[in-house]
Design a protein around this ligand. Structure first.
Ligand code: ADP
Ligand code: MG
Length: 322
């Protein structure tokens, strides 16, 4: 640390964080010591995920601090959801250009709002000076052998997706084109909903699962590669929000939905005889799901239009929105 004053400011910021963080029964010792002491339930496996958000890379620089706070936790809870793990704890590394208490207060508004929804305890972290960057780790529990991994998809499985796709990418496309950003799309970009209940409900049903952060085709191909299979999806079957339908042409929509990222929906596979179980899990979690394709033996992920013709995202898809 470069100066005594900066150190004091750091302690002050940590004190502000600590004062607002609620406890949890399994947090033996939270913020304030050299390390947190945590008590996992006996026999459970710990699922651990980490994601970093950098200003200008992962969110537009003018994003509200509360939205940054929400999203920093949401993307990590989404990773736990994609494993079928129930979230419990998190840690937070904050790199701030200056000791801006107002930023930290706003950041915590969004972060703690989402943490409260999932009863996740912030148990520690690090606070440093540097370019605006936020790194969160999230810890969750899953019974041994029940985690939703990427490598379990089998030939003949259905491919499913939760919620709607393309909204976050639609907001980014409008922002990059200098257009007014639709409020509904903007909300999905700034405040993604991690599908925690759905992920947990799909344990024992889904054969593979991944959250859609880089784009459906890219993320589904990660799961297919891990599973040693391929998949064919129908691009016109991808669920689209009313906002997306109102703001973009059908072809723009296909590109946003198949190749756009940041939706944090779950894409998963399940055997055809588990369709009823999938729909029950969806109803129990209160999150709609849609069947969008099929796992097959030919490697790679391909897409077709409603009439069966092959469809692929243009390599320079984003240029069309400028
Ligand atoms: P040390 O120098 O021993 O690492 P720190 O001064 O970095 O201690 O942190 C003091 C306490 O505050 C620790 O319990 C740490 O986990 C916690 N802490 C620091 N920064 C944050 C943060 N951004 N969010 C939550 N807890 C934090
Ligand atoms: Mg430290």
């Amino acid at each position: 640390m470069s100066s005594v004053d900066a150190r004091v400011a750091e302690f002050d910021l940590i004190a502000r964080i600590r004062a607002r963080v609620p406890g949890r029964g399994d947090v033996v010792l939270g913020i304030g010591d050299d390390a947190a002491l945590l008590q996992p339930p006996p026999g459970m496996q710990l699922a651990v995920a980490m994601d970093t958000l950098n200003a200008g890379v992962h969110f537009p620089p003018e994003t509200a601090p509360a939205d940054i706070g929400w999203k920093a936790l949401a993307v990590n809870l989404s990773d736990l959801a994609a494993m079928g793990a129930a979230p419990a704890w998190c840690t937070l590394s904050l790199s701030l250009p200056d000791g801006d208490a107002g930023f930290v207060d706003g950041f915590l508004d969004g972060f703690l709002q989402l943490a409260a929804q999932h009863e996740v305890a912030l148990v520690g972290g690090d606070t440093t000076r540097g370019p605006l960057s936020v790194c969160v780790t999230a810890h969750g529990f899953v019974e041994p052998g029940t985690a939703l991994r990427r490598d379990g998809a089998r030939v003949g499985d259905d491919v499913w997706v939760s919620g709607t796709l393309g909204d976050a990418a639609g907001a980014l496309a409008q922002w990059q084109a200098g257009q007014a950003i639709d409020a509904g799309l903007r909300l999905r970009l700034d405040r993604p909903t991690p599908r925690v209940a759905l992920g947990c409900a799909l344990r024992g049903i889904a054969t593979a699962c991944i959250d859609v952060s880089d784009g459906l085709l890219a993320d589904l191909s990660h799961a297919c590669t891990a599973s040693g299979v391929g998949a064919r999806i129908e691009v016109d079957a991808l669920p689209a929000s009313e906002s997306l339908q109102a703001c973009f042409s059908p072809e723009q929509r296909r590109i946003l939905q198949a190749a756009g990222g940041d939706d944090y929906e779950l894409c998963f596979t399940a055997p055809a005889d588990a369709r009823e179980a999938v729909l029950q899990a969806s109803a129990a979690a209160g999150v709609p799901v849609r069947r969008i394709g099929r796992v097959d033996a030919a490697l790679g992920v391909t897409a077709c239009a409603a009439d069966g013709s092959a469809w692929s995202a243009p390599a320079a898809g984003w240029i069309h929105f400028a």
